[in-house]
Design a protein around this ligand. Structure first.
Ligand code: AMP
Length: 420
């Protein structure tokens, strides 16, 4: 497998899949957070620095195969130019003769951004234009049709360039034209960009060679979303900390009172099985011991702290309590490898954000003391940023779903296309 560092882009055109799916202001359509654009800069600069030209391709939002101005990547041009410190060209369509000409005329040192790939249903390979009422047969036919025309879509994208770089980790778990199919058109000339390389390095460090003790912290609303990752981690971790809404499925399964807390009653048996498996593998599981309960799912609700297994009737647990924070902090500070995915409570509401913030702080502190920390998932990353701790964490992942799937042990189509 070739690497971006060892490849010379001199005189070459590189088509680069980036993740410029950035948030835009609803009114002005200006980029409100350019983190993802900044993440792609090292790869773009390396290609330009070598004397190559860059063709950028990305999706933005979910236009479902139909061009819509609010999803146009032209809104992202100023933010890219600001981050690169140079003017870029924009092709108002990712297909078509005009774009072919623009790509052909691109000179070394120049950057061309293609319009949103998802303006074509061929990117995702899904027949969006089909009416809801279509029969199964019609659906099957339409899918086959899109898959067929997808081949030409990929071929045209590939025709613009001499080599392919995938630097969009956020979509690496999707088997789309620009992430999984295009690499086949560049045998010996496909590689990961720096961002994906660093994501893989961080995840492999945690999965394959963690310094012990290794602690995984899992939070978020539902245990059903995290079963596979927890199962995969049980063979690797020393400690498993569980927080957030999924706590209550475990507490209920153990016979505790959960009031109106979020609880997946169809997953009780599974929760107990996970606890048993952890025990059999010698993994220490830390469940919350107390909670901040609310009398309504509301930012201004009344609150009270109780032991985790005694939520009063009509109340719901929305954050971990102070005793839990102290215990989790202690475990985190003793760890040498830390993986965190999912908030400890409803951190979107200030009253229930303390648990998540304190965990973020403890992870940053452990990192300062020499631990390796990896944080992933939109909410955990948001909590890290809210507390201005991003530079105190070893690695903050840019891909929520992609990281989860990699950590579950799954093969990501965008990774496999290049790694083989
Ligand atoms: P996930 O996408 O599964 O990581 O879940 C994230 C969501 O879980 C966030 O929106 C949180 O508000 C929510 N959450 C965390 N703790 C709780 C809780 N105790 N009760 C209800 N929702 C929660």
């Amino acid at each position: 497998m070739i690497t971006i560092d060892s490849y010379s882009f001199k005189g070459k055109k590189a088509i680069v899949r980036v993740d410029f799916n950035v948030p835009l202001d609803k009114k002005t359509l200006e980029v409100t957070d350019d983190t993802r654009i900044r993440g792609a800069v090292p790869t773009i600069k390396k290609i330009l620095g070598d004397g190559g030209a860059v063709i950028l391709m990305s999706h933005l939002g979910r236009p479902d195969g139909t061009p819509q101005d609010k999803y146009s990547l032209r809104h992202v041009v100023p933010a890219i130019e600001k981050n690169l410190g140079q003017k870029i060209k924009f092709a108002a369509d990712c297909m078509g003769e005009e774009t072919k000409k623009m790509a052909a005329g691109l000179k070394p040192g120049e950057v061309l951004l293609l319009e949103n790939l998802r303006f074509y249903e061929e990117e995702e390979g899904k027949p969006y234009s089909l009416p809801e009422t279509a029969s199964e047969e019609e659906k099957k036919e339409a899918k086959a049709r899109v898959k067929e025309s997808q081949k030409n879509f990929v071929k045209q994208l590939a025709s613009y360039a001499d080599c392919y770089v995938n630097d969009a980790f956020g979509t690496a778990h999707r088997a789309h034209a620009s992430t999984a199919l295009i690499a086949a058109h560049f045998p010996g000339n496909s590689m990961f960009g720096y961002l994906i390389e660093s994501e893989l390095k961080a995840m492999d460090k945690v999965l394959k060679s963690p310094t012990k003790p290794f602690t995984a912290i899992m939070g978020g609303a539902k245990v059903s979303d995290k079963i596979l990752i927890i199962e995969n981690l049980l063979d690797r971790v020393d400690n498993l900390i569980i927080g957030g809404g999924m706590t209550y499925t475990f507490i209920c399964a153990q016979g505790g009172k959960v009031g109106k807390s979020i609880c997946e009653t169809d997953k009780l048996e599974l929760a107990n099985q996970l606890l048993e498996k952890a025990k059999a593998k010698g993994v220490k599981v830390y469940l919350p011991v107390d909670a901040v309960n609310a009398d309504a799912f509301d930012a201004n609700a009344n609150t009270q702290i109780t032991p985790i297994d005694s939520t009063p009737d009509g109340w719901m647990g929305l954050d971990i309590g102070p005793k839990t924070i102290a215990k989790f902090r202690e475990v985190i500070l003793e760890s040498k490898t830390i993986l965190w995915n999912g908030p400890m409570g409803v951190f979107e509401m200030d009253k229930f954000a303390a648990g998540t913030s304190e965990i973020a702080k403890a992870i940053a502190e452990a990192t300062q003391r020499g631990a390796f920390s990896l944080v992933g998932g939109g909410d955990s990353v948001a909590a890290v940023n809210k507390n201005h701790l991003a530079d105190k964490i070893s690695f903050v992942s840019t891909g929520g779903g992609a990281m989860l799937e990699y950590m579950e042990g799954k093969e990501l189509p965008g990774i496999k296309a290049i790694r083989g």
